[in-house]
Write a protein that binds this ligand. Structure first.
Ligand SMILES: Nc1nc2c(ncn2[C@@H]2O[C@H](COP(=O)(O)OP(=O)(O)OP(=O)(O)O)[C@@H](O)[C@H]2O)c(=O)[nH]1
Length: 676
């Protein structure tokens, strides 16, 4: 299907929103009106086509980024569904990495909510051009202008209204298009599939003229030609205006604002027109950059079909026992049944099928080219974040970085049958989700799952039960601490042993010194060839890093430490194995002598409470060892920002609910590690 389209007609977009702003409903309606899903699936019926995972349907929230392709006019829109919950920001980042543009969905009642701020800032980081859709204009309390103001104030963006709502709440009846100066109304009986454009009704003429003027003024500020015409009061055609809005959106000087009610089937088609008119095609964004795997030379890839292949795997899913890898092709082409090169694994992988994903079906393609976002079947070893390219022109597109887990739980299979399934299930989960870590507690024999937050792990456990009928006992969540050395420590060891009839020998001396927070683990060798031949250095580094990962005080990973290989010795019996074991013994020796400390994860917490409950909310944060950093009023609500140790945040949602008679909400995100 995509073969008929020109790449200039591609729109690779994400839909970003705070939980409950209506992202799923908006996506649903887009799929309905573009003709790909045959009936409207309401979120509250649990039928939404994007929400295919059982768990999402139960919770009514969207977790997996699924890519869905649809057509609008001459354009091919590929939608990457991005999750809204803070525990899944890694999925949001993955999606942002491969998008060219995005639609921010906001609730007309709530305006900018804490999580939309987080996602918006991430999108800023990836320089993603955006349009905004103010949804839920039909809800009691809907206030279009307040929502637009909150975009300006809270997100420091430059929202420019291209539409006005006709009425609000129960009286919301359509939208006024300020670009073409007309009004649009939808036919309820056709679930909004039919709509008509008309002259603006007399009661809206004044406000429309007023806001048309504001629109021209805003565009004049970013476009000289429009400015000249505006100042000399010349006519400005819709075509000129659209073109000026398009370039200002792509250069991220403005955020065009649309409005409607997805639930009441109003406003979606003009939003689709807006996506096509204002968001970039792959040709309008800077060419993707990568590094040559060996020379580290910077390489650039233009979105051309006959260029060298450069594609990034942004998600891997196990679906019906099969591994499905989702990739964006930046340059070149991939054919079904062909081989691609993975420079990280330094090997070729054969792919069997290429799929274009629709909401409710998958279409097999013979080939896919620059601009496409596809599912690939058959890649065995490639993982999330890997690049696919040709062996003759190898490249690493930036690798995505993940934050380390901050929370863990111990699990135990309930029955023997559960025990048997557990390993397979966990393997599948870790393939799909690089932020989930699985380890064994040597003392208790329990399996430890570590992840990004309570909800993250809760969802894993409930998926185990629902999708794989694997039942486990679950311990209380534990904070994942980090260990550090607080002063320089030295350690040495000599390894001399016979293993399977062969003698091994290595002597290693190292030092461990504290680094600043966030510097990680560095390694430096100060030995000469005469002390330790170069070929053994990687084995030494690996041995030390592995022991540091296992921790010493309480088994938490050691961080922010500089390892220096100070001295060593070898003879004809030496081997990589001997140096690796010797190095880890030297590391244990250094840690035994070292003075060690613990770091704990500190979270940034933002609490929204009505004025009347602010006092209670603040004393509760203080009781948790939190430090309140700011309090700002926002329309009858106080926004309290605080930093609190994660260990004190367990059960916070219940506490907040009872302290605020159910009206308080909060968002939380990892800030840093700090001394306990
Ligand atoms: N009144 C009104 N309700 C809406 C509108 N759009 C969505 N809703 C409702 O708002 C709730 C949340 O909508 P979703 O589409 O699930 O929101 P979401 O942003 O996808 O939420 P998550 O999947 O949890 O991130 C649902 O009960 C919808 O029926 C709207 O335009 N008006």
């Amino acid at each position: 299907m995509s073969k008929k389209k020109n790449i200039s007609q591609f729109r690779n977009i994400g839909i970003m929103a705070h939980i409950d702003a209506g992202k799923t409903t908006v996506t649903e309606r887009i799929l309905y009106y573009t003709g790909k899903s045959y009936k409207i699936g309401e979120v509250h019926d649990g039928e939404a086509v994007m929400d295919w995972m059982q768990d999402e349907q139960d919770r009514g929230i969207t977790i997996t980024s699924a890519v869905t392709t649809c057509e609008w006019g001459k354009s091919l829109i590929q939608i990457i569904d991005t999750p809204g919950h803070v525990d899944f920001t890694v999925e949001v980042e993955r999606a942002l990495r491969i998008l060219d543009g995005a639609v921010g969905v906001f609730c007309a009642v709530g305006g900018v909510e804490p999580q939309s701020e987080t996602v918006w800032r991430q999108a800023d980081r990836y320089s993603v051009p955006r349009v905004a859709f103010i949804n839920k204009m039909d809800r009691t309390g809907a206030d279009f202008f307040a929502a637009v103001r909150s975009i300006k104030e809270k997100l420091a963006a430059n929202p420019v209204m291209l539409q006005l709502p006709m009425g609000a709440e129960d009286n919301f009846s359509g939208v006024i298009d300020l670009v073409h100066m007309q009004q649009i109304k939808w036919v309820d009986q056709t679930q909004g599939a039919e709509y008509s454009t008309e002259d603006i009704a007399p009661e809206f003429e004044d406000i429309a003229a007023d806001y048309r003027d504001k629109l021209l003024e805003a565009i004049s500020e970013v476009n000289d030609e429009i400015m000249e015409k505006y100042l000399s009061e010349e006519d400005i055609s819709a075509v000129e205006l659209i073109s000026a809005i398009r370039s200002a959106t792509i250069s991220r000087q403005i955020v065009p604002v649309f409005c409607g009610s997805a639930l009441k089937n109003k406003g979606i088609q003009p939003l689709l027109d807006g996506i096509v008119a204002y968001l970039p095609s792959p040709l309008d964004v800077p060419p993707v950059k990568g590094l040559h795997p060996d020379t580290e030379e910077e390489l650039e890839f233009l979105p051309k079909k006959n260029g060298p292949l450069a594609a990034l795997i942004f998600k891997v899913s196990m679906i019906e026992g099969r591994k499905l890898s989702f990739a964006r092709i930046y340059s070149g082409r991939i054919e079904a049944g062909s081989e691609v090169f993975n420079p990280l694994l330094k090997k070729k992988e054969k792919l069997s099928r290429i799929l274009q994903m629709h909401a409710n079906k998958r279409e097999r393609l013979k080939e896919a080219t620059a601009g496409d976002i596809i599912g690939i079947v058959g890649l065995k070893d490639s993982g999330t974040g890997d690049t696919l390219c040709s062996q003759d022109y190898p490249v690493f597109l930036e690798k995505m970085e993940y934050e380390d887990p901050v929370i863990s739980i111990a699990i135990e299979p309930k029955t023997h049958a559960d025990q048997e399934k557990l390993d397979t299930v966990l393997e599948k989960f870790t393939i799909e989700d690089p932020t989930l870590k699985v380890s064994k507690d040597e003392e208790t024999g329990q399996t430890i799952l570590s992840g990004m937050g309570e909800l993250h792990l809760e969802i894993i456990i409930s998926r185990m039960l629902k999708e794989f009928k694997t039942n486990v006992n679950v311990g209380n969540p534990q904070v994942v601490y980090r260990e550090i050395v607080t002063a320089k420590a030295k350690g040495s060891a000599v390894f001399e042993r016979e293993i399977s009839g062969k003698s091994h020998y290595a002597s290693v001396s190292i030092s461990l010194s504290p680094l600043n927070r966030g510097e990680g683990v560095t390694f430096e060798s100060k030995v000469t060839q005469e002390q330790v031949p170069e070929q053994y250095i990687p084995a030494i580094e690996k041995g030390i890093r592995e022991s540091l990962d296992g921790g010493y005080l309480k088994g938490y990973p050691l961080v922010d430490v500089a390892i220096v290989l100070e001295d060593g010795g070898f003879d004809e019996r030496s081997s990589e194995l001997a140096f690796s074991v010797g190095a880890s013994m030297a590391c244990k020796d250094a840690l035994e002598k070292a003075s060690l400390g613990l770091l704990e994860p500190i979270m940034e917490v933002e609490v929204f409470v009505p004025d009347a409950h602010m006092g209670d909310a603040i004393s509760d944060l203080n009781a948790r060892g939190g430090k309140v950093e700011s309090i700002n009023p926002k329309a009858g609500i106080q926004v309290v920002k605080a930093v609190v140790p994660l260990a004190k945040m367990f059960g916070y949602s219940t506490a907040l609910r009872s302290a605020s008679q159910g009206r308080g909400t909060f968002s939380m995100q990892f800030s840093r590690f700090d001394k306990v």
